[in-house]
Write a protein that binds this ligand. Structure first.
Ligand code: ADP
Ligand code: 5GP
Length: 202
């Protein structure tokens, strides 16, 4: 059985990556969404074990110490990290996995798993990004300002990703990300077993 493909999706907070990823998961339930651990407080409507595992700083540090994290980082004053075992188990069972993580974590995963495919979702502008964060209404003005301040540096790092997709019109962006994911699964570096198999028959 082929191993699943590891996809990393990043975007400045408020760009719409959560909205896009939800739609991708809805249309293909076989894709596994990696539920991260975080020390940030749940937003209204967020569920433990679904959106994140909401844990204390002590629990988070213990997970790092025991080697349970594939990667972790501190972002806007909170810890975020990817639990390792679930990701590797799902990839080994042939399922594709999506990590929705920020840029530092993304680069650490790329270093540890060079076969991972990274996709950066761009907002049309910082002005529109602020508008979306305000419209979402889940963060205080102070948190929104911190996130906008981070966004420019994150967009600079988009050059390090394999693919860039702009989320201007939502439906087009969803289609673009789906197309990128299908195309990436055909990369020769992810298909050496298939190529070997054909060569054996030649
Ligand atoms: P992120 O996960 O990147 O922080 P969200 O998915 O929560 O962002 O989206 C932030 C807000 O922007 C939400 O209110 C969402 O409905 C809205 N949104 C997402 N994509 C678009 C788009 N293309 N045009 C306008 N609003 C959008
Ligand atoms: P939010 O607080 O808006 O849910 O997430 C803030 C940022 O942390 C987003 O860019 C999100 O993608 C990122 N993030 C979420 N989970 C993880 C994780 O496990 N690791 C890393 N490095 N970043 C994460």
């Amino acid at each position: 059985m082929n191993r699943g493909t590891l996809f990393i999706i990043s975007a400045p907070s408020g760009t719409g990556k959560g909205t896009i990823v939800s739609e991708i998961l809805r249309s293909d339930p076989n894709i596994y969404f990696s539920v991260s651990a975080t020390t940030r407080a749940p937003r209204e409507g967020e569920k433990n074990g679904v959106n994140y595992f909401f844990i204390t700083r002590e629990e988070f540090l213990e997970l790092i110490k025991t080697g349970g994290m594939l990667e972790h980082t501190e972002f806007c004053g909170n810890f975020y990290g990817t639990p390792k075992k679930a990701v590797y188990d799902k990839l080994d069972s042939g399922r594709d996995v999506i990590l929705e993580i920020e840029t530092v974590g993304a680069m650490n995963v790329k270093a540890a798993c060079p076969e991972a495919v990274s996709i950066f979702i761009l907002p049309p502008s910082l002005y529109e990004l602020r508008r979306r964060l305000e419209k979402r209404g889940t963060d205080s003005e102070e948190v929104i300002s911190r996130r906008i301040a981070e966004a420019r540096a994150e967009i600079e790092k988009s050059r390090l990703y394999d693919f860039a997709v702009m989320n201007d019109d939502l439906e087009s962006a969803i289609k673009d990300v789906k197309n990128v994911m299908s195309a990436a699964k055909k990369l020769t570096k992810l298909n050496s077993d298939m190529i070997e198999g054909v060569l054996k028959k030649c």
